[in-house]
Design a binder for this molecule. Sequence first.
Ligand code: NAP
Ligand code: 8YV
Length: 318
Amino acid sequence: MAKPPVLQNGPVSYAGTMKKIDELFVAHKLWLAPDKLALARRIAPEITCAFTSGHDPIPNEILDALPNLKLVACFGVGVDGANVPELARRGIVVTNTPDVLTEEVADFGMALLLATVRQVVKGDRYVRSGDWVKRGNMEMTWSLTGGKTMGIIGLGRIGKAIAKRAEAFNLKIAYHGRTRQPDVSYRYYADPVSLAKDSDILMVVTPGGPGTKHLVNAAVLEALGPSGIFINVARGSVVDQAALVAALKARKIAAAGLDVFETEPCVPAGLADMLDNVVLQPHQASATHETRGAMGDLMIANVQAFLEGKPVLTPVKV
Ligand code: NAP
Ligand code: 8YV
């Protein structure tokens, strides 16, 4: 049987998935085309489906050139960068990859928390640099013990999986979201400042986009306080990065662990320079062979279902 044609807007960040796409489809690779619009116009009659990462919007002029496009399948659960409202306005269905990455991202949220609180990266540098020999034992770190509270902003699939892990560390859990969840026993806070005030650790795991832009601002960080630990595995846009740098510099909070940034892959010197109280990661929370492979398989399964006339598996609700 002939392979179905698809548009591939950009590379997805897993080589195994890139290979599978080429095995299963005739994938027209937009980002490699010297004249993208000419490519879109040429393939337009046969293109009903596109693959993209949740971070790269398909430009409007390309959408204009593809009147038969009916489905955009995203690689990732967060689709804040995919211009979903515009796709919905055009009647194009969007799919994402929820659930298959939940446990992996939750593991990483805890790993980042532990690395930040116990200064694991600094300790690694201390050994390799010879400081252990020259200066003796490294200074004490912060601690997760003693009945501390983790405030979670965004108690969804991943937030709940982090909460479950945090309970095993004897942390108390509280949360903020737009709505109180009646089936959840954790304490609810209607605003992030009150949550931060009662939290020792603030863990952010909301979607990105305009609805959460700078939800964590100077006031939230001030409320978290000088012994507060801030962890972000959500999106860089959820935090006012300048306010975060200022709060860390002024020791208004103790430390931060960050997997996501406002302008990835660029990280401001203000953050990169802070070696003692900041742990930085290059958007790695779902980045294992197993999970990236499962995300790719789900993204592909959505397109296959659509092409077979079946309901897509994981549509994004608009
Ligand atoms: P989810 O199940 O939809 O959970 C999202 C949570 O955020 C919900 O509890 C929701 O609660 C809350 N929320 C949404 N808008 C909000 C707002 N304006 N203010 C406060 N809370 C808000 O999604 P998920 O599967 O857990 O994924 C969450 C996010 O994690 C993704 O969208 C993505 O941004 C991020 N993520 C990052 C990585 C990474 O590599 N670092 C990997 C995967 C996911 P309410 O509806 O009650 O507000
Ligand atoms: C991926 C993510 O790193 O699913 C998400 O929302 O942020 C991550 O799992 C990303 O989407 C891959 O490009």
